[in-house]
Design a protein around this ligand. Structure first.
Ligand SMILES: Nc1ncnc2c1ncn2[C@@H]1O[C@H](COP(=O)(O)OP(=O)(O)OP(=O)(O)O)[C@@H](O)[C@H]1O
Length: 574
């Protein structure tokens, strides 16, 4: 199956009133100003250059292998060095009238098309130029110019150069150093969603029709950009052009409801985005015969429906530290790939939802310290999961590589987040500490984060037992170190701080764990006192029979600064 190709300019002039001036502009001098009519467009009077063909031949060293970036369905892409090295661009070299380069990865349902009488199709290259000359946004791979070689029937599209490969490579290539962590994954998802939203909110809207990881390129700042507009359609659903264009897309990402031109809507892009989101979450290909079922939708959606969010996480990175992240992303992806197009969310809703997820995808500073101190954590196992935190700083790969250096993240703003999102369970589970080469699991009361004088503070907030004996919104210090004890000294480590002068014992509240989740009852620390090692928190209690984790004694050592901060602040009411 191939693309329909016909005279693009006549098609544009005949069928698409929005494009009439593009054909006129082509006859004008080399540099054109294209006025964009998209509210979201940046840089409204951009210059689209018409390059000399020879200029681009020289810029790509004669389209040499050295400058070759990759091959797609409609041609090859080369790096181009222009303007004496001041402009680095990517040049897509395509045939104007070419259907033979279309690979079977892309799908076009000509059977269902009534296009044969319409004569309004453009080649993918023409189409890309036409659409990209109208939309411009930092989240898109934008058009810089074009060139034609009518002698050889070549069309060259000059777009912004993306030096960091594609999202496909990042997610699936085994040669890349490490798989992206959750912060990056979520950021990519937000950026791609934003790109699609920009297209859908243009006037007239643009439907991309080929959203997939290989069409998401990574720019010099590591941001995701949506590219490849060869199949995109610009216009309202009722426009002749849209009505006459046969369904197209890439197998695995294609909306199953999109069988005839009249089926097209922005919700087809939402479906493809949902597949991409599942790919980002799971690291799985959209279709992978090594899995059963091979379709990422058929595999992931039943797991999501069962609430098994960890089951769809990329095994190379495990679950994100905050379970809300995976839960919200997974549920959103499942909504995007719903079979009824009308029930899928609009891209604006997707963007808003992902922005909220992004806020939660950041790890709190305590865990960076903890990770650093505790030492090596089993790769691909989550260091910890917990239910109530939020912060505005970005930390990547929190649970992947314990050797990754992450700076102390104190003095960052955080908002106080209750565990309301999870109901009143008041428990977080799964802090995994490595002790004597055994990964132990300990259950702890939920922590509430609050901001106090710019310092992050964990406070135990087990509602049922702490009651009014603890002032929850007060700061009680900052963790700088949690030691996992050895046999010879203190036992296991738990985390609780109190502000008190050295040597003065403080009575602490009773803290109980919910029986339904925990593996026993943890009594509160009886005493907190200071010795030359730091604040020692002693607990009444026994070693947990299930975990073998001795919770009877803990020591919390503070570095000088944290200690000073702690002593300078008022005592917590207990
Ligand atoms: N602007 C760019 N900057 C850097 N590399 C690019 C750019 N555009 C495309 N490439 C690279 O060139 C290759 C071919 O891209 P192209 O968009 O033509 O095809 P594709 O998206 O891989 O496949 P298909 O055409 O089937 O969608 C890709 O591997 C991509 O990484």
């Amino acid at each position: 199956m191939g693309y329909f190709s016909c005279n693009a300019e006549s098609a544009i002039a005949t069928c698409d009133p929005h494009n009439w001036d593009l054909s006129k502009n082509r006859r004008k001098p080399k540099t054109q100003k294209y006025k964009t009519n998209n509210n979201n467009n940046h840089n409204n009077n951009r210059k689209i250059r018409e390059f000399y063909y020879n200029e681009l031949v020289a810029a790509t060293n004669g389209f040499s292998a050295e400058f070759f970036l990759g091959k797609g369905s409609h041609g090859s892409v080369y790096k181009a060095v222009l303007d004496d090295g001041k402009l680095i661009a990517a040049v897509k070299k395509t045939k104007l009238h070419n259907s033979s380069t279309t690979t079977n990865r892309r799908f076009q349902n000509q059977q269902s098309s009534n296009c044969t009488n319409c004569n309004n199709c453009t080649s993918p290259a023409e189409n890309e130029i036409e659409i990209l000359s109208r939309v411009h946004h930092p989240r898109l791979v934008n058009l810089l110019g074009f060139s034609s070689d009518s002698l050889n029937d070549n069309k060259l599209i000059v777009v912004e150069y993306m030096p960091n490969g594609s999202l496909y490579e990042i997610l699936h290539s085994s040669s890349t150093s490490r798989p992206p962590g959750w912060t990056r994954r979520v950021r990519f998802a937000v950026q791609i969603a934003k790109a699609v939203q920009v297209l859908h909110s243009a006037n007239p809207p643009v439907i991309h029709r080929d959203i997939k990881s290989s069409n998401v390129l990574i720019d010099e700042k590591g941001n995701a950009r949506l590219g490849d507009f060869g199949l995109a359609l610009r216009g309202h659903v009722e426009d002749v052009r849209v009505k006459c264009t046969p369904p197209a897309g890439t197998l695995g990402y294609l909306d199953p409801n999109y069988l005839a031109p009249s089926d097209l809507s922005s919700k087809s892009d939402v479906f493809s985005f949902g597949i991409l989101l599942l790919e980002i979450i799971s690291g799985r290909h959209a279709i992978d015969v090594n899995y059963s079922p091979p379709s990422v939708v058929d595999w992931a959606v039943p797991l999501i429906k069962r609430g098994d969010f960890a089951g769809i996480c990329d095994v190379r990175v495990g679950s994100p530290p905050n379970p809300v992240v995976i839960k919200n992303m997974a549920v959103l992806a499942a909504r995007c790939v719903r079979s009824t197009a009308e029930k899928r969310p609009a891209m604006s809703e997707v963007v808003e939802c992902l922005k909220l997820v992004a806020k939660k995808a950041h790890a709190p500073p305590i865990w960076n310290n903890l990770k650093r101190r505790v030492g090596r954590v089993e790769e691909s196992r989550p260091l910890m999961k917990w239910e109530a935190y939020d912060r505005s700083e970005e930390v990547d790969n929190v649970n992947v590589n314990a050797n990754t250096k992450l700076g102390s993240r104190r003095n960052r703003k955080v908002s106080s987040v209750s565990s309301a999102e999870y109901g009143n369970e008041g428990i977080y589970e799964g802090i995994l500490l490595r002790r004597r080469n055994v990964t132990k699991s300990v259950h702890m009361p939920s922590l509430q984060w609050t901001q106090y004088a710019g310092v992050l503070d964990p406070i135990f907030t087990t509602n049922e037992t702490i009651g009014d004996r603890m002032v929850r919104s007060r700061s009680v210090g900052h963790f700088s170190e949690i030691k996992v004890g050895s046999d010879s000294n203190v036992g296991a480590t738990r985390s609780l701080l109190a502000r008190r002068k050295p040597g003065v014992a403080v009575k602490m509240p009773t803290v109980r764990l919910s029986k339904s989740r925990s593996m026993g009852v943890l009594h509160s620390p009886r005493l907190v006192h200071y010795n030359n090692k730091g604040y020692v928190v002693e607990f009444e209690g026994k070693s947990n029979s299930t975990t073998g984790f001795d919770t009877s004694k803990m020591v919390i050592s503070l570095d000088e600064k944290s200690e000073k901060e702690m002593l300078e602040r008022p005592l917590v009411s207990i």
